[in-house]
Design a protein around this ligand. Structure first.
Ligand code: ZN
Length: 238
């Protein structure tokens, strides 16, 4: 979501048509799962393995390296539930489906409604946050470079982001809270290629995350307008 634009899956195009024809009702996604409906289960499996390859094992939102078992199929425009339906007609639309980590899906995004304006064609909808398939993250974010010249890995809102994109960039940041210490810690770990708990680097990772967080907070105090506009440089201490 902050370093490169992703490509939607085309591996389930036939199943998508079948499912949309037969099961486009509120709560279908969970209902069909409970029933272990054959076409639906194939759709899930094929979609997940195709997206896993396309995303390279990274969460579509925080871009943290995540084990396949911990990646979830996530509806960008939420499907809602049987009781509280949301974008029911987009339940099986691959343009609306990404793989995300549990944190992004269940802790931060939850049932947040990102839709600004709907049209007949989903690809023409407008959204409040950066869409992994339609928006080029480079228009919104840049990556904090390391002082030894290494390509950066921590996202900030571009200093020169244009006015139209500024709101979207800020909304994305505040929804996913990339500036929280817990999030920074995970991004640092992912940069090091670590998926699970690793006692050997835990302390260094936490220290690095703390340094980044402090710099972000200092920035916030000096620039009341926004959290993070200027380029931050911190020591790569591992
Ligand atoms: Zn994530």
């Amino acid at each position: 979501m902050f370093s490169k634009i992703l490509k939607p899956s085309d591996a389930v195009d036939d199943l998508k048509v079948i499912l949309a024809k037969k099961y486009l009702y509120a709560g279908a996604w969970n209902d069909l799962y409970d029933k272990k409906q054959t076409e639906y289960m194939r759709f899930r499996m094929d979609l997940k393995s195709d997206l896993y390859k396309r995303q390279g094992g990274y969460c579509a939102y925080c871009e943290c390296l995540t084990a396949e078992r911990d990646l979830q199929i996530e509806h960008f425009a939420p499907k809602g539930s049987k009781e509280h339906p949301m974008y029911v007609e987009q339940q099986f639309n691959p343009l609306n489906l990404v793989l995300s980590c549990e944190d992004c899906n269940m802790t931060y995004k939850k049932t947040y409604d990102p839709v600004l304006k709907q049209q007949d064609d989903y690809s023409k909808w407008t959204f409040k946050i950066v869409h992994p398939y339609f928006d080029n993250p480079k228009d919104f974010f840049s990556l904090v470079p390391l002082d030894d010249g290494t390509k950066g890995f921590f996202p900030i809102i571009r200093k020169d982001v244009d006015l139209d994109n500024k709101k979207k960039a800020e909304e994305t940041f505040s929804l996913f809270k990339f500036y929280e210490e817990k999030r920074i810690t995970r991004i640092v770990k992912s940069f090091l290629g670590i998926i699970d708990y690793n006692p050997d680097v835990e302390r260094t990772v936490k220290t690095t995350a703390y340094v980044i967080k402090m710099q972000l907070e200092t920035k916030q105090e000096t620039d009341k307008k926004s959290l993070i506009y200027d380029t931050l440089v911190y020591k790569k201490s591992f």
